[in-house]
Design a protein around this ligand. Sequence first.
Ligand code: C2E
Ligand code: MG
Ligand code: MG
Length: 281
Amino acid sequence: LRAKAEERLNVSTALRHALELNELTVHYQPVIDLSTGAMVSAEALVRWNRPDGAPIGPADFIPIAEETGLIIPIGAWVLEQACRELSRWQRSDPAMSVAVNLSVLQVLAPDILQQIEGVLERTRIRPESLCRELTESVFMHDIDYFGKMLTGLKNLGVQLSLDDFGTAYSSLSYLSRFPFDAVKIDQGFVRGLGVNPHDTALVAAILSMADALGLSVTAEGIEDDVQLALLKQMHCQRGQGFYLDRAMSADALSQLLARSQPWRAHPVGLPPAPSRAPPGL
Ligand code: C2E
Ligand code: MG
Ligand code: MG
């Protein structure tokens, strides 16, 4: 326990300096329209290049950033970077959009609306081409406060998406009560597609519920051709995952956009995941 506590302290001390020492970067994972193969968006994912080379992913340092409040300056920086890159990408593809994760702690900061408005003004991107992704943890907090903040975000014209849908505290009534535009099906369900009949049924149920509520759907964590084929068959609009493309630098994404070729079965340089025999639905 002591070793763990020390490690957390070391990480939080180093993270405190990571921003000013330029150790953070943002990578972008393409989001593909599954019916056309076109890249329609990209999710901004923060990366930390520690000087000692010790590998650490966001799943490890974001919770520490949230505990220490560092997520507020880090999140603001990621948003600024993502919107700047988007304004560059929109020169070659005006319909391109970007998705940026938003922690509950950031929503609790009283100036969050002004901060987002400021970034939109500085980078001159259309508000609807920015999507903020929130997890279901928002439902565990002061519902009235979050309702007001999310409505404030919607009034700015920003899109709102419910991330990792189905993994946490999913009260379906909140989906109609909060002004969400989209849901992202968690990769846990996508992984079970065609393998676990319950996961397949849940994905179908999420798609039909989203359709009834007028929400668009992105499936996360698509890792093979079988998952992709089943999602297309179920009319899921958008997909994201290692089988389509991994997160990449902003420049690499620009190059991909400039080629403007629809995604085909095998993305350049990435071996497809081993294929499984297509099971019945
Ligand atoms: P998320 O928002 O659900 O992001 C998707 C995660 O799934 C990313 O992990 C992405 O690399 C990973 N992923 C994408 N496709 C696949 C796949 O096919 N298979 C598998 N196994 N994984 C896939 P990453 O970059 O490690 O980020 C983890 C989490 O950290 C994110 O989950 C998000 O909750 C958080 N995060 C990352 N960047 C930020 C940020 O700038 N701000 C905030 N607040 N959270 C962030
Ligand atoms: Mg996300
Ligand atoms: Mg997610």
